[in-house]
Design a protein around this ligand. Sequence first.
Ligand code: 6CS
Length: 313
Amino acid sequence: ANWRYAIEESLSEVQGVYATRFKEVVEANSSHKVQIYPFGTLGESVDVMEQAQAGILQFVDQSPGFTGSLIPEAQIFLMPYVLPEKQSEINYFFKNSKVINETFPKLYAERDLELLSMFPEGRVHITTQQPFETPEDLDGVKIRVMTSPLLVETYKSFGAVPTPLPWGEVFGAMQTKMIQGQENPMFYIESTKMYEVSEVITDIGHNIFTTAVMANKRFYDGLPAEDQALIQKAIGEATDYILEYQQGLEEESIAKVKAAKPDIKLVSLDEDKRVRFREASSSVKEKFVTMTGDSGKAILEQMEADLQAASGK
Ligand code: 6CS
């Protein structure tokens, strides 16, 4: 059969590299074909998700930053200062966490989606026009976030004016200064040339960009066992591959940005400065529980236990 798989990025970006690996494994081990639809071919992330739920697409990559309206609990991955900074701990968490492997699949299933994998895309950096070191410095600064109420709360707590926008509008909004900043991992800041419309790139150590790959559930449930096994094999190989692929990617991306724009200012805030953002955003956890109720509260507790298990790995 011909399977359609939409991603939120281009083929050479992390989601594209993942999808390409998935396609290679499927096509090498079966007569199925996988057609990948990169960002821009089928609409914005939210439109593409509707097509996946309707079964027009068999596979979709959608990041929790856009899934919040459908599954509020998915926003847990956007919570600041929760995920670890150490790469090996992050990888251990994504591969072994109960939240990802047991809890979230049930929530996605309620929305006609078979959750296949969640994986990290790198540490989030903030690009702005002016340098900042404290939440006060962000007073009045409009920063674009993905369309998630939790991200809006996070950036309010950071002192900024959060502006939720779909991805396709971000470059233009930065260019015209309708917004003065945005957040994304370094590889994406480099590949989408966000640095061209930013003067400063700041690392406050607040989060890891997480994404999720899923299948339409009716499609998946209707497949013979051997095709389901093939999909699981391809997902497993693509997940291992993408974790390996991203080793050193942040540093390479920083080097490319510096080469393309030598006067860009790169700032990594010290722990004594990060603590201001950490403390300012401590109430975001309560906001998450307000948005998600008992279900979210239980997920938060499970996630904390999963992170505990990953610490020191
Ligand atoms: O900021 C965004 O909207 C986008 N960021 C990444 C890293 N991937 C896709 C998403 O649309």
